[in-house]
Design a protein around this ligand. Structure first.
Ligand SMILES: [Fe+2]
Ligand SMILES: [Fe+2]
Length: 260
């Protein structure tokens, strides 16, 4: 089975560019499953109902989240009922929503897990234990995809190596900067430290660069808005063996519009 996974989609420009690019590449690659990280899809922070519907219309089937999960308060109205949305599994027990979801692809069950790293982020429960617990509850499923939403490269490599040979893919998100290390780890686990971002590339991580630099220079609270201008599309395409769930191939699908 072929899967396309889009890195963090940022704001309305990111959603628009994701839809535009998917309309070109879906017929080309004909993936069986499309997943996207949507934690920044509404105004750079969180996910509204309207935005998530637009992602579904564009061909996204599962949306993973991260540290910005709760930034649009309205998500509390639909995160419990929409099984296509997955927030980090290592949030405390009783947090709304779900940390994993299971969908059917080509008659196979696919388990999609979202976890968040703890370095320079909230001190959630242990992401490694969270994944172990979910895998133990679903030992019948051999197609397992993990979105490891984390700030530092070492923690993502840790997740990749800890579950190499035990899951189909460990894909890093959150930094918005794509890494050039897409690989298959021993045992058949597709891995990349960070998929990157879909959104405005002339900002800083998708946000207005003037505002970000202003905060960096003055250390004063500054409101960040989504940048405009040229966009980038960062995703990975990977292929899993239908029988074993082992990854056979992974490649980056990155597009960068010229700077404006
Ligand atoms: Fe993000
Ligand atoms: Fe994030």
């Amino acid at each position: 089975m072929k899967v396309i996974f889009l890195g963090d989609i940022v704001g309305e420009p990111g959603c628009r560019f994701a839809a535009e690019t998917l309309s070109e590449i879906l017929p080309l690659h004909q993936p069986d499953l499309v997943i996207a990280n949507g934690e920044n899809a509404t105004k750079g922070r969180g996910l509204s109902q309207k935005t998530v519907e637009s992602l579904y219309d564009a061909g996204v089937e599962i949306v993973t989240m991260g540290n910005h999960t709760w930034d649009q308060r309205e998500i509390l109205r639909f995160i419990d009922s929409d099984e296509r949305i997955v927030r980090p599994a290592n949030y405390p027990v009783d947090t709304p929503g779900r940390g994993y979801t299971i969908c059917k692809v080509n008659q196979r069950k696919v388990l999609i897990i979202n976890v968040m790293g703890r370095t320079f982020l909230s001190q959630l429960d242990c992401p490694f234990n969270a994944v172990e617990r979910i895998l133990a509850e679903h030992s019948d499923i051999c197609h397992v995809i993990i979105d490891m939403h984390a700030e530092v490269t070492s923690e993502k490599l840790g997740m990749g190596w800890a579950f190499a040979g035990k899951v189909s893919a460990v894909l890093g998100t959150h930094t918005h900067v794509p890494t050039a290390d897409a690989t298959i780890l021993p045992g058949g686990t597709a891995y990349i430290t960070d998929v990157g971002m879909v959104g405005p590339r002339d900002g800083i991580l998708g946000m207005n660069r003037t505002q970000v630099i202003q905060r960096m220079r003055t250390q004063m609270p500054t409101r960040f808005e989504v940048a405009d201008g040229a966009n980038q599309f960062c995703a990975v395409l990977f292929e899993l063996d239908d029988e074993t769930g082992r990854a056979k191939h992974i490649e980056s699908l990155n597009r960068f519009e010229p700077h404006q």
